[in-house]
Write a protein that binds this ligand. Structure first.
Ligand code: 5AD
Ligand code: SF4
Length: 477
C-alpha cells in the first residue's frame, strides 16, 4: 500500500453521517487549527503580526477559530482562509470558546450536514452568554465608525485597547451553506454576523474589517471564480501531507446535487500555478499531496511549458505526469473522479507513474440503470462494472472506493437490489453510503421524496453491512 493510500480517509470524506462505511469512518469535522505542529505559523504570528502594535498596552490580536464541515475541498478552503487571516494579524484560537471570531466552513450536500451546522452555531450562544468578550479595535482609518470604509489588504486592521467594544463572539458562516442561504442565513440564525460564499473567501479579511468598522452584517456571495492569489497561502495544517486544489466547480448537474449551484461551474487552475504551489509545499517539507477537485478528470488547462512545445491544452493525465516529476515529492493521489470521464488512459497512467497512489474513488451512486438515468449520471451499470474491472486489471493492488446513495425518488426494491448486486460484483475496498436528501435548486427536488425514511435506513444498513462483511472476509483471506 502506498503512503497516500494508508492515510486515514482516502476518499476525503469528513462527515460523520451514520451512513458512512463504518470500516473507513473518516474524521468528523476538521477544526482548524489542528492542535499542534504549526510551529512556523505561530512563529510568524508571534513575531510581529502587524509590525506596529506589539508594545501597546494590553495589545490583543483577535483569535479566530475555524470549524470545518464537509469534504477535503472545504478542509483546504479553511487553510486558505486561515492563511489570509494570519497575514492580516489575526491569531488562530484552539477552540470556539476562547475565540473572538468563529467561522463555520460548511457543507450543503445533504440536509443532515446543514442541520449539524445550525446546531453547532446554536451552541455558540452559550459562549456569548457566559463570556462577554472585549474585542478591541482601532484603526487609523477608523475615525468615523459609522462610515463604511474599505481597508486594503496591505493595511491591516490594528487591534489595541484604546477603544473597546463589548461584543459577543463574531460568527461567520462561510462555504457552501453561505452560498445556499445568502442573507437568509441571518434569519436562520441571528447570531451570524458575516456570510461568505466559497468563491468569495478571498475577501474574508475585507469582510471582517467592514463588519468591525460598521458593525453591520456583511454578505459576500455570488462571485464566479477565485483570484489565483487566493491559493497562495502560507498555512498548511499537515506536516507531511497537503491538499492542492486543481479545479473547482462542476458542470455535470447530477439531478440530486447542489454543488454546481453553490460552487459554480467547472474551472481549472493553470498547470504552472499548481506546479509552483506543489514545489513550494515540498520545500516546506511536504512529501505527499492530494490533488483536489469536484471532478478532477475533466481538468483541462494551459501551461506556459506546453506552449513552448507547440501544444495548447493540458489534460488531467498530462498533469499527473508533470506532478510525478516533481523532485522531493514522494507520492500523490486525487479525488474525486467521475465514471463518465474515467477511462483506460487514466488507469494506465496511474499504473505507470511510480509516485501516483493506487487509489481511485469512483462514485457509482446507484446500480440501477433507471435510477442512474434519473440522476443524470451519464453512464449505465454495465459501463460502470466494466470500468471497475478494467481499473482493477490495469492497476495492480488498486484500492477502489465509491459513494452510493439509497432512497433516491421512486427507488424500488428492484432498483436497490441492482445497487446491492453491483456492489457484490465490484467488491469495493470501501463504500460511503448516503441516504438521499432533497436539496434546493436541484432537479430531483421536483420529484417526490417518496422512499420512506425507514426504508432508506434499512437499505443503507444492508449495504453497509455487506461492505463490513466483505472487509472482514478480505482481511481474513
Ligand atoms: N442526498 C444524499 N447524498 C448526496 N450526495 C450528493 N448529493 C446528495 C443528496 N442530495 C452524496 C453523493 C456524493 C457524495 C459526496 O454525497 O453520494 O458522491
Ligand atoms: Fe459539501 Fe461543498 Fe464539499 Fe460538496 S463541495 S461536499 S457541498 S463542502
Amino acid at each position: 500500500m502506498s503512503k497516500v493510500n494508508s492515510r486515514k480517509d482516502p476518499s476525503g470524506r469528513m462527515d460523520t453521517d451514520e451512513d458512512v462505511s463504518a470500516k473507513h469512518l473518516p474524521q468528523s469535522v476538521s477544526d482548524l487549527p489542528v492542535k499542534s505542529g504549526h510551529r512556523s505559523l505561530r512563529g510568524q504570528v508571534d513575531e510581529n503580526p502587524c509590525g506596529i502594535v506589539l508594545n501597546a498596552p494590553r495589545t490583543r490580536h483577535p483569535k479566530v477559530f475555524i470549524k470545518t464541515f464537509g469534504c477535503q475541498m472545504n478542509a483546504r478552503d479553511s487553510e486558505l482562509v486561515a492563511g489570509m487571516l494570519i497575514k492580516k494579524g489575526y491569531r488562530l484560537g484552539e477552540s470556539a470558546e476562547e475565540a473572538d471570531i468563529v467561522l463555520f466552513n460548511t457543507c450543503s450536500v445533504r440536509q443532515k450536514a446543514e442541520d449539524k451546522v445550525w446546531s453547532e452555531i446554536g451552541k455558540i450562544k452559550t459562549y456569548c452568554q457566559f463570556q462577554n468578550y472585549k474585542l478591541q479595535i482601532t484603526n487609523d482609518k477608523l475615525k468615523d465608525k459609522n462610515k463604511k470604509q474599505k481597508i486594503s489588504n496591505s493595511s491591516p486592521v490594528i487591534y489595541h485597547s484604546n477603544q473597546t467594544h463589548n461584543k459577543k463572539t463574531i460568527v461567520g458562516l462561510i462555504g457552501c451553506m453561505a452560498e445556499n442561504y445568502q442573507k437568509e442565513a441571518f434569519k436562520k440564525s441571528p447570531l451570524i454576523d458575516i456570510v461568505v460564499g466559497p468563491n468569495n473567501i478571498g475577501s474574508i479579511t475585507n469582510v471582517l474589517d467592514d463588519f468591525l468598522i460598521t458593525r453591520k452584517r456583511q454578505v459576500a456571495v455570488g462571485r464566479k471564480q477565485r483570484r489565483e492569489g487566493v491559493y497562495n497561502t502560507e498555512f498548511i495544517s499537515g506536516k507531511n501531507h497537503a491538499n492542492v486544489i486543481i479545479m473547482e466547480g462542476c458542470n455535470n448537474f447530477c439531478s440530486y446535487c447542489i454543488v454546481p449551484y453553490v460552487r459554480g461551474r467547472e474551472r481549472s487552475r493553470s498547470a504552472d500555478a499548481i506546479i509552483e504551489e506543489i514545489k513550494g509545499l515540498v520545500q516546506k517539507g511536504i512529501k505527499e499531496i492530494t490533488l483536489l477537485g469536484q471532478n478532477v478528470n475533466s481538468y483541462t488547462a494551459h501551461s506556459s511549458g506546453l506552449r513552448a512545445h507547440g501544444r495548447n491544452k493540458l489534460a488531467f493525465t498530462d498533469l499527473l505526469k508533470i506532478v510525478n516529476e516533481i523532485e522531493g515529492l514522494e507520492s500523490f493521489d486525487f479525488v474525486t473522479s467521475h465514471p463518465k470521464d474515467a477511462n483506460t488512459k487514466l488507469f494506465k497512467t496511474m499504473a505507470e507513474l511510480p509516485k501516483c497512489g493506487k487509489f481511485l474513488h469512483l462514485p457509482v451512486q446507484s446500480g440501477s440503470d433507471r435510477i442512474l438515468k434519473l440522476m443524470n449520471r451519464g453512464y449505465t451499470r454495465k459501463h460502470y462494472i466494466k470500468l471497475a474491472k478494467q481499473a482493477k486489471e490495469i492497476i495492480p493492488k488498486l484500492r477502489l472506493t465509491t459513494d452510493g446513495m439509497v432512497g433516491f425518488p421512486s427507488e424500488t426494491e428492484k432498483d436497490f437490489e441492482d445497487t446491492f448486486d453491483l456492489m457484490k460484483q465490484v467488491e469495493f475496498s470501501a463504500a460511503y453510503i448516503f441516504k438521499y436528501s432533497s436539496r434546493p435548486h436541484t432537479k430531483a427536488m421536483q420529484m417526490p421524496d417518496d422512499v420512506l425514511l425507514e426504508v432508506k435506513k434499512e437499505r443503507n444498513r444492508v449495504l453497509l453491512n455487506f461492505q463490513k462483511q466483505l472487509h472482514k472476509r478480505k482481511n481474513r483471506g
